[in-house]
Ligand binder design. Structure first.
Ligand code: A3P
Length: 273
């Protein structure tokens, strides 16, 4: 989990906590935090600060929709509540549960080159282990079995986007899932944000003045109107664990077919390795 869960009490007299009208379902390490924080620059968006993990974790789902609603931020009438939990995308139970809550909810899926996503995923787990002074195998050890790509490695499975998307498409029409290009969001966030605003039916309010490039971080950072400049925290945009060129090539080969299946499902292609 990214942050501790704290129910957010309503602030203003006419504010209340509503169920989300849009959910960022994943993918983990795809840029989900950046997308949520950038969307939150919009005056008509109320973003849940923490990952709620309602639809993917039985122990939370058991608490029911009242509990889920209590995790949402205070919102004013007309505001769109948005939550993000990247664990939803690869969760077999999440799609039916989300549909059961609201068959019209809008879904946002931010994807990124699956090989880079895998390395980012590994780097995050490694870092968390290091912080707890626990050992963790080298990426190659998890990734390869007798010199071949190990299909049982969980971080690899999370990058098989077509498998997960198929489950969502069994419950939601394609038009209800907006796919954001995470690599494009890093290079130039504004066009992706404008497309997302349109998909969500929000008036165009996010503009170039909301972003600036921070050369030290090497990423775009946020400039909320009337607020303070800020970058995402240091766990976002960190150096990746090194990977031998030959392993990288083997991974790119491995993902070629799954990626094409994903492209067919979403009706567009991406410039992945
Ligand atoms: P890396 O740390 O591998 O670079 P998530 O929020 O889903 O965990 O995704 C984390 C990823 O968001 C980061 O992965 C980073 O590449 C990406 N990202 C996109 N825009 C960013 C931004 N403006 N600042 C920092 N990270 C950003």
């Amino acid at each position: 989990l990214e942050e501790t869960l704290l129910p957010v009490p309503p602030a203003a007299a006419n504010a209340s906590q509503g169920l989300p009208g849009a959910i960022i379902i994943g993918v983990r390490k795809g840029g989900t935090r950046a997308l949520l924080e950038m969307l939150d620059l919009h005056p008509a968006v109320a973003a849940a600060p923490a990952e709620v993990h309602f639809f993917d974790l039985d122990e939370n789902y058991r608490h029911g929709l009242g509990w889920y609603r209590a995790q949402m931020p205070a919102s004013l009438p007309g505001q769109l509540t948005v939550e993000k939990t990247p664990g939803y995308f690869a969760s077999p139970k999440a799609p039916a549960r989300v549909r059961h809550m609201d068959r019209a909810v809008r879904l946002l899926l931010i994807v990124r080159d699956p090989v880079q996503r895998l390395v980012s995923d590994y780097t995050q787990v490694l870092r968390n282990r290091q912080l707890r002074k626990k050992p963790y195998p080298a990426l190659e050890e998890l990734l390869l079995r007798q010199g071949r790509v190990n299909p049982g490695y969980r971080a690899l499975q999370r990058s098989l986007y077509h498998l997960h998307l198929r489950r969502w498409l069994a419950h939601f029409p394609r038009a209800q899932i907006h796919v954001v290009d995470g690599d494009a969001l890093v290079r130039d966030p504004l066009p992706e944000l404008k497309r997302t605003e349109r998909f969500l039916g929000l008036p165009a309010r996010i503009g170039a003045a909301n972003f600036y490039f921070n050369a030290t971080k090497g990423f775009y950072c946020l400039r909320p109107l009337g607020g303070h400049d800020r970058c995402l925290d240091e766990s976002k945009g960190r150096a990746h664990a090194p990977l031998a060129a030959a392993v990288l090539r083997a991974l790119c080969r491995f993902f070629r077919e799954p990626n094409h299946t994903f492209f067919r499902l979403v009706g567009r292609s991406f410039d992945w390795c």
